[in-house]
Every structure is written in structure tokens, then in C-alpha cells.
Write a protein that binds this ligand. Structure first.
Ligand code: AMP
Length: 180
């Protein structure tokens, strides 16, 4: 991607200091989504990167991963699979717990999410990786179904946290923008 395109994407993401709590800088991607040109520059970049991966499915993490994941799946002609917070999926699921600062959370996937595609090649996508807890659990879920998480893709990676390093133990990791 050109430096110019990278700047278009970067400039479209808004920083919200102290949200949802003091000390956190929330990376707000709604200002990227409502900028038709920036959104298109991003999606064209992702489509070009992944067109030759031979992907069968894109799996998006609840909820912002759905937006980028569904758009990319449509561009590549693959299926889309939602990985949701516990209790949202209606059919039989498998689930994976992960630790938060206090307590734990849980994500789920339908047992038949990847249809009957043996060893389906899956790209995992979310807007941002911080500690990596969510993405790690999501990648484990994909692999537990018998599919293969070939790469995890993020628009933003908070490189000062260990998330990317941890996730790299189970899959390849790509981020469009790294924040040091
Ligand atoms: P983690 O499991 O710590 O990697 O957190 C990743 C999830 O939390 C992603 O779904 C992000 O959308 C969200 N998240 C964490 N930190 C931020 C942040 N600073 N700005 C925006 N979203 C965040």
C-alpha cells in the first residue's frame, strides 16, 4: 500500500481519549466507515492482499469485525462467519473463555459454521488487537471446528501490548496500522 493510502486510512480513524475509562485512548473506526473514500481504500487494500490466499471463509469478531469481514467476504466471494459473544448464536455452538483484566469473557461459533468444507481456510478479522485475548480465543474456536485459521487481520494493532506476539503462536498476524 502507498504511504498516501495509509495516511488516508490513518487520518480517518478518530482518537477518543479516556473512553470507556480514564487512561484508554479508544480508536473510533466509525469515522472511517462513514468516509466512503477511506473505507474503499482500506477494503481494496485488503481484497488485494487476500485475493490469492485461496480462502474459503472470513470469520469476523463481534461486532466491528462483522463490518470489515462481511465486506471483504463479499469482495472475495467467500462465505462469512460471525464469532459472537456468549448467548447470541441460536444454533448449537462451541465456546472459548478468555481472561479479562477482571474476570473472563466468552466467544462462540456455530458447530457447522464452515459447512462441510474439510480443513476450510479461514481468515479471522477484527478492527483492533489490544491484549489479544479475544482474537486468541476466536482463532482457537476456528481451529477446534476442524477449519484452519490461516491468518488474523486487524486494521489496528496496539504494539505496546503483547497481543500480537501471543496470537502469533497460533496463526500469522497482519495489521494495516501498528501503534507503537
Ligand atoms: P483484546 O482482546 O484486548 O485484544 O481487545 C480487542 C477488542 O477490544 C477488539 O474487539 C477491539 O474492538 C476492542 N478494543 C480494545 N482496545 C481498544 C481501543 N483502544 N480502541 C478501540 N477498541 C478497542
Amino acid at each position: 500500500m502507498t504511504q498516501e493510502d495509509l495516511k488516508i486510512i490513518n487520518d480517518a480513524i478518530r482518537d477518543i481519549p479516556d473512553f470507556p475509562k480514564p487512561g484508554i485512548v479508544f480508536k473510533d473506526i466509525t469515522t472511517l466507515l462513514n468516509d466512503g473514500h477511506a473505507f474503499s481504500v482500506l477494503m481494496e487494500h485488503l481484497a488485494a492482499r487476500y485475493k490469492d490466499y485461496g480462502l474459503d471463509f472470513i470469520a469476523g469478531i463481534d461486532a466491528r469485525g462483522f463490518i470489515f469481514g462481511a465486506a471483504l467476504a463479499q469482495m472475495l466471494g467467500t462465505g462469512f462467519v460471525p464469532i459472537r459473544k456468549k448467548g447470541k448464536l441460536p444454533y448449537t455452538t462451541i465456546s472459548e473463555k478468555y481472561s479479562l483484566e477482571y474476570g473472563f469473557d466468552e466467544v462462540e461459533i456455530h458447530i457447522d459454521a464452515f459447512r462441510d468444507v474439510k480443513g476450510a481456510k479461514v481468515l479471522l478479522i477484527d478492527d483492533l488487537i489490544a491484549t489479544g485475548g479475544t482474537a486468541n480465543a476466536a482463532a482457537s474456536l476456528i481451529n477446534k471446528t476442524g477449519a484452519v485459521c490461516v491468518e488474523a487481520c486487524f486494521i489496528l494493532a496496539l504494539n505496546f501490548l503483547e497481543g500480537k506476539k501471543v496470537l502469533e503462536k497460533q496463526t500469522k498476524v497482519y495489521s494495516v496500522i501498528g501503534i507503537d
